[in-house]
Ligand binder design. Sequence first.
Ligand code: ADP
Length: 252
Amino acid sequence: MTSRFTGKVVLISGGGSGIGRAGALAFAREGATVVVAGRNADPLRETVDLIEAEGGRAGAVTADVSSSRDVARLVTTTVERHGGLHIAFNNAGVFEAGPLADMDEAAWDHLIAVNLTGVFLSMKHQIAHMRVNGGGVIVNTASNLGAHMRLPFLGAYAASKAAVSALSRAAARECIGQGIRINAISPGPVDTTMSLRPGESEDARTERMKDALPIGRVGTLAEAASAVLWLASPEAGFTVGHDLVIDGGATA
Ligand code: ADP
């Protein structure tokens, strides 16, 4: 087994489920100390337990990524407890679909606050630390529904995620001279609750994906996590401001 991240401290928001948890397990298996963050303590604790059961090192911090104060505390706590912050995977997000005319302003504000402002605040505090502490690597979770395709009933989500792509690429150019390498991933439907329609079973999703995606299936969590690890690894050292689409050909 390779250990590309021995000695590294990795901070992952949305680390209590989905791609965040899969990334946390994968980073820990390759030697990293992982800090998972999110709003609710229980799923974060489960991720930590899973990592520790495999002999890995992990900690959990509850934080709302749409709160600047929470995100500042998250970075400070990570550094104080684990001695540094080398890699950040800003993956917390919420999903919302429906006709724009029926979307109330509070739902819009929440979506933008978590998906876009959350990435801004995360990078703001991470960059402030990394630029005076030897640099670092940041990977942000955008979506193939953002900058890469246009679907009806997903305008608000698409706008929030297209903005994450744009913010990531601009930040990448701004920060690479300070030793901070920034990229994004744009997943399509992967095996998370986010890819299930309201009330849809996993079997029903499997049937729907046969026609909906060129590859005929959702992506696995491992397929998404491995892309994040590659972007965060020294092997991707020349990859700056890339938005890596992982979507089974949906936007090809
Ligand atoms: P995916 O793994 O595809 O990103 P999930 O829905 O499983 O999809 O993960 C999104 C994660 O973001 C969840 O763990 C969720 O709890 C987290 N999250 C959502 N809103 C916030 C928030 N305001 N602050 C921190 N974490 C959040």
